[in-house]
Design a protein around this ligand. Sequence first.
Ligand code: SAJ
Length: 415
Amino acid sequence: MGISTVAVVGLGYIGLPTAAILAANGVPVTGVDVSSATVGAVNRGQVPFVEPDLAGYVSDAVASGRLRAVPAPEPADAYIVAVPTPFVDDHKPDLSYIKAAAEAIAPVLRGGELIVLESTSPPGTTRRMAEWVLDQRPDLSLDGSGDRPVVWFAHCPERVLPGRIMVELVTNDRIVGGLTPEAAQRARELYQVFCQGEILLTDAVTAETAKLVENSFRDVNIAFANELSLVADKLGVDVWELIRLANHHPRVNILQPGPGVGGHCIAVDPWFIVDAAPEEARLIRTAREVNDGKPRWVLHKVVDAVADLGAPNPVIAAYGLAFKPNIDDLRESPAMTITTEIARTFPHATVLAVEPNVDELPAQLADLPNVRLADTEEALAAGQVHVLLVDHTQFRALAGPLAEARVVDTRGILR
Ligand code: SAJ
């Protein structure tokens, strides 16, 4: 077949690294994004978000002429769709970005192209994407029927861990599910350009479900740890010690409790399974509820600590806003939710938000009159109640200074 050119639709956390790694392997890539700011930034060789090593890949790819950002799809041999799949009210998946991508690609197809959906998607979405394309292009087909040229559709879910994307893009195994076996084969050829892991072929709906299952597996396991933190608190047991000891059993491996589960993947994807099989996915739903309930429980602990302090205008220091350690990503972050709720619950308090990975507060917090960004030294000196929300490496040094302080430690940093 030969894939000489690739278009990556959606230059976000997945699309831009994928475009850059393809370009680094010699493939001419157009990166497509509806945001003119993103198109402009990429064409200047800049990355609009923080991800280790990505900036170097993007600036090299643009400088070599192999990566070019454009506002709308241009003809290519293969398309990779990496657009958001959020959920709307009642945890229903919102496929509008995929539909918009499909409808933007359809007019430039000539027949013989491969279209790969990478966005994490509910079961059946690759088929719907194909329908959206072929509805616009009845002159093309899935299988050559009626002598119409074929377009090959596949799903290849991204599985890279934010913070390690440029490494895991190369080393992780990939699941490739085709709407037809030949589509899967062709998608494998595309991913072989940069993926050194195993490339496992299946059908599209199994690939879609596998990705959702991976993140649900992690969500259920984190929920177990979060539930244990509530149980241990009730029993007066130290949950970190409890888990450390239990994990000495050869077949036990409990994850770590925290303030809740954040990010745009693990807190979202399990709902796609619940939506697809609401009667059956009882454990998966409950895990989501347990994890989503954790910020409220932490807030109660802060309320108790402030009551114990008894000051009318307390200074509350919140350490960490990101959704996990050592990144600047604040999306769906339980630390953001908790800090916001602390400020709203205590309008007469001063809330010092410490987040070493950002230069300014996001609007959600900046709009609150009693919150400001502070550094660790100021928070340690002025804080009367200290709430540890993210285990950034810098915060490990807090165990000493906070040993005698009034602390709500959601991450076991003081241990
Ligand atoms: N967390 C805990 N306790 C733990 C582990 C994690 O509370 O023991 C929390 C984190 O603090 C964070 C959330 O869970 O708030 C999610 O963090 P994460 O590191 O588990 O995962 P993500 O969201 O950064 O990336 C996940 C990965 N999926 C799995 O590990 C199964 C990644 O491989 C996926 O590519 C990514 O979702 C995605 O894009 O779907």
